[in-house]
Write a protein that binds this ligand. Sequence first.
Ligand code: DGL
Length: 287
Amino acid sequence: MRHPQMIKTNKFPQVPGPIGIFDSGYGGLTILRQIRSLMPQYDYLYLGDNARAPYGTRSFDIVYEFTLQAVRYLFEQGCHLVILGCNTASAKALRSIQQNDLPQMDSQRRVLGVIRPTVEVVGSISQSRHVGIMATSGTVRSTTYELEIAKLHPDIKVTGEACPMWVPLVENDEYDNPGADYFVKKNIDSLFRRDPEIDSVILGCTHYPLLLNKIRQYMPAGVHVIEQGRYVAESLQDYLRRHPEMAARITTGGNATFLTTERAEEFQQKAATFMGEPLTAERVYLG
Ligand code: DGL
């Protein structure tokens, strides 16, 4: 069992380490799965803050504080590169961590998010230039998607729809059950009532791919559903090609290790569904 770090230090291991992937819970596993299938050679260290999930309804300050603790923990475990496999953390904490914390913690380490790679592709997908974002309340309220899309594709009109019940449906294993239909349909109908011209919808939460069957069922015909995992993986591959100095600091054993802040047994069971294969996890303490 890994114990809490009582003394904060900025001295992180300098030897190569795994790529760190962080999410509030299980959602980031959909990102890890795609990254790992594209780059199976690397080692990965996944951290889910399941004890404090969901983040989607939490304030900016709390999401930032929890995410920073997780990043620091992953650095302490030897990661030089950490991916926030969580839109809520990417929306609410990434910029502050990159601009304010990284220079003090270790300017050679990097933290990347999932929103930018998703925003980059939407310009070549949408024809109508009307795009919908389905995400947690926190991500929608942050308006990060709107701001990022405005920078790259100023002609696109963005409508955000908060889907506060979708993460609990996934976290509680209800995503394939009839109860999920009500909430999936409700939010999709609401989004298209607000802008019927939307032709592309970004699933802006890493939990949502598990609801994909139901999302496709209720989505109007012809609408592109943009799952971000693939684009995040391709963007990371491109980043590592452009930054060989970072690639050289990642170990290449093909292993994935899983850490959770909740009970390991429960994590193992549910995470296996996300990963599509059995796995073992270890409980850790953040803060
Ligand atoms: N998976 C996270 C995301 O992509 C949200 C889950 C949560 O609310 O904690 O936004």
